[in-house]
Design a binder for this molecule. Sequence first.
Ligand code: F3S
Length: 406
Amino acid sequence: MFLTKEEEKMLDGEYGEATRLAMRLIVKVGEALGAQKLININSAQVSGVSYKNIGDPGIQLLEDLVRLGGKSKILSTLNPAGMDIKNWKKMGIPKEFAEKQLKIISLYMQMDILPTCSCIPYLIGNSPKYREHVAWAESSAVTYANSVLGARTNREGGPLALASALTGKTAFYGFHMEENRFPTHYIELKAKLRYPADYSILGYVVGKKIKTGVPLFSYTRMPPDTECLKALSAGLATSGSISLFHIENYTIEAIIKNKQLQDGKSNMERIIVEERDIKPVFEEYKLTTNPDLIYIGCPHASIQEIGKIAQMLRNRKIKGDIEFWVGTAANIKILADRAGYTDIIEKSGGKIITDTCIVVSPLKILGFQKILTNSAKACYYLTGLEKLDVGIATLEEIIKTAVEGI
Ligand code: F3S
């Protein structure tokens, strides 16, 4: 692999041991994947934050990097942690878990990585522009960044995204290269899609069907809004390893490359998605009794979603035996507080929790067994990894289940 003089110095340890180790990892992985060179990146989204996921070995690695002088060279943000950093007691998180989790956050901060603890960096200040190269972990954010923002990133693992944060570099391969961004499948949409839950399932269904590649969705007269786009991104990255999609005449690259896309359409594998593909997923993930936890915010909820939830819960009471969580980023919660949304949600018996989500928090320790959500990604992981009983429904249906007397 070709390295610049500067990159060679980094690899030789002239900028410290942490930089050397990070550089070595990037070069090794890049070489294994056939990259010819490294490129500069403008931001990193680092995963591997929850103590539930990385445990004591993860803490040890972070401590070593801090001791060796690791510092982020670029804008770097963090994925969700295992708990609400401020209000972990309200969540019922045990003290031992909280102490380890706070240690992890502090170690990342010592490396100048911002404690955003959210999977929607693109809505909270880490929002790369068209053609900007970044190195992000967190599959849903990767798909959103590539597809909606038109940024360039591969789906990095936590250690590689961290290495990119510490060097400002990534290997030039995969979705950083223009030729790999052209659609492979044409998805003709015949299903009626309205809610984020529908788009989440659409992503899940298409991911399951094609597994890998770049889908081009047919133009729809009701194009998905931000909430639906992030749900689609998460769904696609869950059941398949899809990190880039296009929507005809809607997403940025599809507009810019419209002529090429139309010309290339006949070479793409064609898949039709109808109502009968979407509906069975609502049946596959169905609860037969009331949930003990409702969770909205996978990916983390935007301020618009929180506003909508507040509007639906105003002057209503959530049933006493149901815990109701809206998961979001800490700075979005500040806005929700100011807008009065938090107050409405709390008065109805719900909570806005920040910095975490149901997949990376220790749900089993907290004693939850039956979860209702509007996210196919949450269903997939909670049934698969955690063996919990999980149902999916639209937000409207969820509120009906949650609230007394409607
Ligand atoms: Fe985000 Fe957690 Fe879902 S990290 S995409 S809320 S599983």
